[in-house]
Design a protein around this ligand. Structure first.
Ligand code: F58
Length: 837
């Protein structure tokens, strides 16, 4: 290609693009060694696994940057409508394996490394997880970003670059302890610091009036200013050159800050204050669902919102002279209520800085926001005390009041003077403490509101947001969650990935998951059965080795060695009362009790089980912490009972995170999803288990209801009360009949069979005598029955394998590709914009 002739600068650069970085083994080795020498600054003749990992990561990153630049140039040229995905949480996990697979250079890098004497898999283990989120919501955001890239959508994710991600969970004597996650200590090769992309974010101060060209405007004179610096994390798509970006903001002290203090000789205080600014992005708040308020949390939200809005407007203005086209070029997605201050911030910028006037600004705002809620419980709806908001963001409070005034006046015209309803729908909650209801703000200003499964959306319409649904039924949609098969099959289960491709005769399912349905044709094929079982075995061995190594680390206990013939029964998710890990433990105690009372003959019929639980409890959530301790004391007793042997083994996996999930999920035979019906908005881990051919034992809650439709009732073990039965059961209170077996296991805990009698008293009190809000007693008998059905199916290998194949075959609906396509078409109005080089 001739450089230059008759072409614009951009075209000339495009022409050179694909000759920049080569992926043959020699070029890759050279790149890695160059990074060893010049980035890691080690001698290329002597470097260890971690240094090799760092060099490898930088070589991969170079290729990501190259594609990302191509994508950016392409997007700028085409100027499509873009999606801005705003979320305070992203659980990205590790980046290396996912990146090389999506870039299509996994094998090339593995070859290059082996010629240098390193093993790709070993180096991949050197990487720590990026845990910038709590759980389901945060991992969903990560899956959705990956699907946006793969489907070529022009999108940008915005979030916060926390210095400390989610706490590390350490178990000491069976109790959870939290330790800080110093994830940035050894550097993060997956981000690019954009020190020239910074914005000033204002806080506190006062609002004054100013007259400009005879018009009155509000001017916010801030009391504090902090700089937001962009850190870009490239997200490559699979089977495309498109690479999008997750832009995370870090707080840095502003140079404009406190100059006065320097001048007046208050030098030390001024420096200390500068340091305080950085604390805004220092820590991720652990998910404490009923926790409200807190100034730093609100500061974080506004910090990220303000920087993102400035960035979005800057990008828009680069290509447009006025705001007429703003709604045709910008879609803003609010991932739950955390980013909903974006609404007030955009209004403020359009009014006070762009001087568009209320009507025009409001018209724009109403066209661009969409809002997803991830919660079922009214207690989780975020409220901000008016006093706090007014002091931190005085102008925003005024704007929210104005939005509310207009809304309530219009509402009165539509529904009359129904004061109760007006009060419920108002953004401002009156009471001893006046609050701003962030969900109401988001609903009023968004054109689309959605829940994350069909059931969840029904509950929103009939309960949580009933008043709004009746007013604006057209706003309410449902978008069932999904997860990306690239990470949850291709990266985490390479053996299954190869097997599926072999039997389908194509790898096309990696981009087009509906093709998985083709596995149904072979559901009874004995050859596939053999290979399918072999894959499960390989993954069980991997998991068993992890369990042995992890449990063997503890000084006082001996390593847990599990039998591969046992059913690996997994229950991994954040610990919450509604998720009912306690029901699982009560079931385990019941199983143990039954085995103890069996004669030798009957014991031979028992299906051996390895019961695996993992998950973190929020640091301030006492009941969840007791549940973790209970599991440990029960495990201690059972695992040390020689009479039981391999029939029952209990394993707690500490510090469950994305990379541990990648190991656990492929190795599971059965997984448990036990939420009391009506409490799990969707649930996404079940989707990962399903794709990996793991059978589910579940209540009819969240997205499970849609799974039943996809795989059929015969292929899942269901139990428990249905959503519509829950209120009546609760109503019964102490009159509710619970099985004797349930009372017996609770009594065993109460009476100190596992020790810590006093400590567990409150836990027992919470599930007995009419206090059992999550209905453990009511669902116990049917839970035990479902467990027995799982045992029965497991011993019939052929039946089990067929069910397993049918689960994977029917999992297509639960790909985030499907979810993202639905959002793109029905909510955001964006089109794919494929970078074709
Ligand atoms: C989870 N929510 C839901 N955080 O519990 C789960 O059912 C769903 O699958 C997942 O989101 C993805 O949609 C979650 O992780 C919250 O719901 C927060 C609680 C506190 C207020 C803000 C939302």
């Amino acid at each position: 290609l001739e450089f230059g002739e008759g072409k614009g600068k951009a075209e000339r650069m495009f022409g050179l693009m694909d000759v920049f970085l080569k992926n043959d083994p020699i070029s890759l080795q050279k790149d890695i060694l160059d990074h060893v020498e010049f980035t890691v600054a080690k001698s290329r003749f002597s470097f260890d696994d971690f240094e090799a990992y760092q060099a490898l990561a930088h070589s991969v990153r170079d290729r990501l940057i190259e594609r990302w630049h191509d994508t950016q140039i392409h997007f700028s040229k085409k100027d499509p409508k873009r999606l801005y995905f705003l979320s305070l949480e992203f659980l990205m996990g590790r980046s290396l394996s996912n990146s090389v697979i999506n870039l299509g250079v996994r094998d090339q890098f593995a070859d290059a490394l082996s010629q240098l004497g390193f093993e790709f898999e070993v180096l991949a283990e050197q990487e720590g997880d990026a845990c910038l989120g709590n759980g389901g919501l945060a991992r969903l955001s990560a899956c959705q970003m990956e699907s946006l890239a793969t489907l070529d959508y022009p999108a940008i994710g915005y979030g916060l670059r926390y210095q400390y991600g989610l706490f590390r969970q350490v178990i000491l004597d069976g109790f959870q302890h939290e330790q800080p996650d110093y994830w940035l200590n050894f550097g993060n090769p997956w981000e690019i610091a954009r020190i020239h992309i910074t914005y000033t974010v204002k806080f506190y101060g006062t609002v004054t009036d100013e007259v400009l060209n005879k018009e009155k405007y509000k001017v916010w004179v801030p009391g504090e200013m902090v700089e937001a610096v962009a850190y870009d994390n490239p997200i490559p798509g699979y089977g495309t050159r498109n690479t999008i970006v997750l832009r995370l903001w870090a707080a840095k002290p502003s140079d404009q800050h406190n100059m006065e203090a320097y001048n007046t000789g208050d030098y030390v205080d001024a420096v200390v204050n500068r340091q305080r600014a950085e604390s805004i992005s220092s820590i991720l708040y652990p998910d404490d669902r009923s926790y409200q308020g807190k100034e730093l949390q609100l500061k974080q939200q506004y910090f990220f919102v303000s920087a993102s809005v400035q960035d979005i407007i800057r990008r828009f203005k680069d290509a447009h002279k006025n705001f007429d086209e703003f709604p045709e070029k910008v879609a803003l997605q609010l991932n739950d209520t955390h980013p909903s201050l974006t609404i007030a911030e955009l209004m403020r910028v359009l009014l006070d800085e762009e001087h568009l006037g209320w009507n025009r600004a409001w018209d724009i705002v109403c066209k661009i926001f969409s809002f997803t809620t991830h919660t079922v419980s009214p207690d989780s709806l975020v409220k901000i005390p008016v006093d706090l908001l007014g002091s931190l963001l005085p102008r925003h409070l005024q704007i929210i009041y104005d939005i509310n005034f207009n809304f309530v006046e219009n509402l009165k015209k539509m529904i009359g003077l129904d004061y109760d309803r007006l009060a419920r729908m108002s953004i401002v909650e009156e009471g001893a403490v006046k609050n701003i209801r962030m969900a109401n703000l988001a609903i009023i200003c968004s054109h689309t509101v959605n829940g994350v499964s069909r059931l969840h959306s029904e509950l929103l319409k009939t309960k949580l947001f009933k008043d709004f649904y009746e007013l604006w039924p057209h706003k309410f949609h449902y978008k069932t969650n999904g997860v990306t098969q690239r990470r949850w099959i291709v990266v985490s289960n390479p053996s299954l990935c190869a097997l599926i491709s072999k039997w389908l005769g194509t790898e096309a399912w990696i981009r087009d998951i509906d093709l998985l349905i083709g596995l149904r044709d072979y559901a009874t094929n004995s050859e596939l059965h053999q290979e399918w079982k072999m894959v499960k075995k390989v993954n069980k061995i991997r998991l068993a080795e992890y369990i042995e190594a992890m449990s063997g680390l503890k000084v006082v206990e001996k390593a847990i060695i599990v039998s591969l013939d046992a059913m690996f029964d997994v229950h991994t998710k954040r610990v919450h009362e509604y998720k009912r890990q306690l029901l699982n433990i009560l079931g385990i105690i019941h199983r143990y009790d039954c085995i103890k009372n069996m004669n030798k003959n009957d014991r031979r019929k028992v299906v051996p089980r390895v019961c695996i639980i993992g998950g973190k409890a929020a640091p301030g959530y006492e009941m969840a912490k007791k549940i973790i301790k209970l599991f440990h004391v029960v495990a201690e007793k059972i695992n040390n009972d020689n009479d039981i042997g391999d029939l029952l083994k209990l394993v707690f996996i500490p510090d469950y995170n994305v990379s541990v999930a990648e190991l656990v999920i492929p190795g599971a035979d059965l997984s448990q999803h036990l939420s009391t019906a009506g409490h799990e908005a969707s649930g996404t881990s079940s989707m990962k288990f399903l794709m990996n051919g793991c059978l589910l034992l579940a209540t009819e809650d969240g997205s499970t209801i849609e799974m039943i439709e996809e795989i059929g009732r015969d292929n899942i073990f269901l139990f428990g009360a249905a959503v519509h039965e829950v209120p009546a059961l609760r109503e019964k209170g102490p009159a509710l009949k619970v099985p004797l077996e349930f009372l017996r296991v609770v009594r065993m805990i109460r009476e100190g069979h596992f020790g810590f009698k006093d400590y567990f008293k409150s836990l027992c009190d919470k599930i007995e005598g009419g206090n059992d809000y999550f209905l453990l007693g009511a669902d116990f008998a049917s839970y035990i029955e479902a467990q027995a059905a799982a045992d029965k199916a497991f011993v019939d290998e052929e039946r089990w394998t067929k069910m397993s194949i049918l689960c994977a075959a029917g999992s297509g609906k639960f790909s985030s590709d499907r979810t993202i396509q639905e959002y793109a078409e029905k909510t955001w109005g964006i089109q794919p914009c494929r970078c074709a080089f």
